[in-house]
Design a protein around this ligand. Sequence first.
Ligand code: AVI
Length: 737
Amino acid sequence: MPPSDDAPAADSFADAWAPDQRLQARYHAVRAGSLEIAAPLSAEDQQVQSMPDASPVKWHLAHTTWFFETFLLVPRLPAYDVFDPAYGYLFNSYYEAVGARHPRPARGLLTRPSATEVLAYRAHVDAAMARLLGEPVDLATRDLIELGLAHEEQHQELIWMDILNLFAASPLKPAYGPDAPRLRRAKRPGDWVDIAGGIVRIGAEGGHFAFDNETPRHDVLLGPYRLASTLVTNGEWLAFMDDAGYRRPEFWLSDGWARVQDEGWEAPLYWRRCGDSWSTLTLTGPESVDPAQPVAHVSFFEAAAFAAWSGKRLPTEAEWEHAATVAPREFDQLFGEVWQWTASAYSPHPGFAPAAGAVGEYNAKFMVGQMVLKGAARVTPAGHSRPSYRNFFHPHQRWMFAGLRLASDAPAPEGVDAFRRDVLRGLGAARRRIPAKWFYDAAGSALFERICELPEYYPTRQETALLANIAGDLAAHIPAGATLVELGSGASVKTRLLLDAAPHLSGYAPVDISQTALRTAAAAIARDYPSLKVVPVRADFTRSWEGVPEEGPLAAFFPGSTIGNFTPDEAVSLMAGVRERLGADGLFIVGIDLAKDEAELLAAYNDAEGVTAAFNLNLLTRINTELAGDFDLEGFAHRAVWNRLEGRVEMHLESLRRQTVTVGGLRFSFVPGETIHTENSYKHTPEGFASLAQRAGWRVACIWTSPSPSVALIVLKSEAYDGSEGFGANGRSASID
Ligand code: AVI
């Protein structure tokens, strides 16, 4: 929330004639906040300056007071008595318009005034400010007071940063104290959030305080992009370091690489090698690096190198701000852990005009050579930031609480364009067909859920019962510490049977195209299996495995006999892809539906309630909605047939009359009885499936079959694996009844 959100939206007439009590209260709270942060620090702690970028705490306390004295009391409070005319020189930071100043790198040399005298200075100015605030103030005065308070909040954060930097320089590694702000882990597993982009508006909206640099609000054109829902963690940073990230120039900007050389960077600021591991200095003292906490104290150069190493990029300022405005709930750690580097230079928004008067120097003159950071840090006072807030630092600076959130361009379209392509191509073919994957829009997915509950549709029921029976035996094949990668995970319901039986799993990576299903399922699994590292991966696993963890043994899980929806050649290439991805010691658990009596099969795809018919016909509804089609659903009927030669149930949509349909401006004529082939569902024999698996480099290590109507669960191991099992030879096969 912006600091003055609870202010009246506009000044009412009555307000203008009364002291602003809200502003009085805020003034007192902010000023007291600075003293509270300084209170546990000794006079010596408050005196020293650790480097030119940092300032002594005592100087911060005096400078923020000077701001109110110089910009408010002197010009606006009649008969104000300046506390000490020499302070203007000592505590002016950078305002050319108000005169000369003491050099910044020498602030630590100011042993006078003492810390006690600075407190007296604060009390003097606070008493005068109480007089100013005790009368009604005009809008311009109120805006300046708000600016002074936001300025003091920025210095509160600087106190935390500077004191940590000072303590880090001490061999004693002192702690501020046990109650100092500590970084927190993300509340949920990381994920990608897709944002459509377009012409979007960024910049401060009126109605609350904002710095001049956040204005004016303006249009920006954004392509579709993805933003990580969580911050980059120390664990990910360690992987970058382990992969020689600080020693490989290919990831670094030229200026960044020069810094790495000159300053000997090999880890974030404050990290120290501790035998085989790393520790870090925090405000609560030294501690070992927590892999789950967000990485902090990295420069823009390091953030950009990490992004390059990850094959991703930093978000632009506009991407970050737009995402934080339109979809804040999709993200974790937007505000309140670390500031997040963006790829955007700190330059004026189009149409920017600095604030009038000396305070116009506050932001405008720094608009070159720095980069924008968004969000807020743990040490940022609550309520200080907002989506339009623009923090800025030089690209090499590291003592801020700065980290990063990754972004990437949206993956190549698998949406409407691919759907249109497949439908137009499929309807134009001599034998019309549309790939079955297009069944699963929201309505189609809901209908499929209903199919799974139908009395005639045995595969789900049988496989679930089989899995419940054999989960322990199945789990015994999975190596300790493995990550289970579930392909087409959906609601991850069956998975729990396996997870319960395999406490030795260390991770779970559900892979699904549906972001909503994925996020809900991953959050529920993460909640119920707290020791499991859950890494949801939004991907079409037939096209990409990007995001699936690379480290540790992997076991792929592909239940639901979905492999039956692939032709034998497609199934072989899918399984070969999985094998390549898992490596020679990977394990692949697949569910298949087995060949059986034709009548039983056809009943499963021709249920009495007509749910499968609705599922099939929903494809036409989807075409009508998404591709401007005019299919008359009354003109087509659901047909399921058993193709004995191919060993598959086929689903078709049969034209009931002569008719012409338009889709995307193209016309397609149908004669009665002509069909659109919409799905294949192959029913395998164990031997037939084993030979497909073998073509893909797999060997059946174990197969369990359910009672009739039978389905099977199969453990595949790499052909190259030197184990003792092998289906048909000395492999194991079990029927469960
Ligand atoms: C997802 N797939 C395994 C189902 C099947 O049996 O082929 C889809 C389905 N089609 C009609 N009913 C169910």
